[in-house]
Design a binder for this molecule. Sequence first.
Ligand SMILES: C[S@@+](CC[C@H](N)C(=O)[O-])C[C@H]1O[C@@H](n2cnc3c(N)ncnc32)[C@H](O)[C@@H]1O
Length: 215
Amino acid sequence: MKGQESERILRLRGELYTRTDYIKPVFGEKIISYMGGRARHWDPKRSKLAAAILKGMDIMPIRQDSSVLYLGASTGTTVSYISDICIDGRIYAVEVSFESFYKLLSLAEKRKNIIPILEDANVPERYSFFVEKPDLIYQDIAQRNQVQIFNTNAATFPEVRKAILIIKTRSISSHQNERDILATALSGINGFTPVRSYNLSPYDQANYLVYLERV
Ligand SMILES: C[S@@+](CC[C@H](N)C(=O)[O-])C[C@H]1O[C@@H](n2cnc3c(N)ncnc32)[C@H](O)[C@@H]1O
């Protein structure tokens, strides 16, 4: 991976870890001592970002001071790793399901850089007023209109220059070939150009991670 961006991400004996400032695991994952600090195991089967890194993701746009707008935070598994990476930044974590949000809230109470938002990502004007200058959108919403949700948020936050978009091809169509669905989905994105895309198999089926930059 390029430059200082990857300093918080470690590869130890072929496995992925993040440097962490926290002692307790979030969901039972292994935490080890490393170079006078701690490192938290990052399972590619539980997090698509970890899967993409192991599949060769060579640009890591999330930096130590990034401000991330995370759409589809769920209970906070991947959010917790991004929280380890952007220790001097913050994550605005948007989740619509109250059940998932409840666990996300408990994670946010323990970590100072996670701001949980119980909202529908289709309606960014409901949270845009308190999301301060995000520089990156991370979206993982397995819905048929996932591209439309991305476009709406990208238009609402013009300061965002970079994005990571998880595209679940099976949420769009179950008939077409995966590559064709991905190409059609990407052609519907406004104002951003795809720079890299990663098929996450064998860690995750029918999901692609796409890294985009604003044109
Ligand atoms: C695949 S899960 C996300 C997993 C999570 N990103 C992770 O890696 O830990 C998708 C999440 O998107 C949420 N979601 C679906 N539609 C949404 C919407 N319109 N606004 C916000 N969240 C939504 C779902 O409730 C679900 O928790």
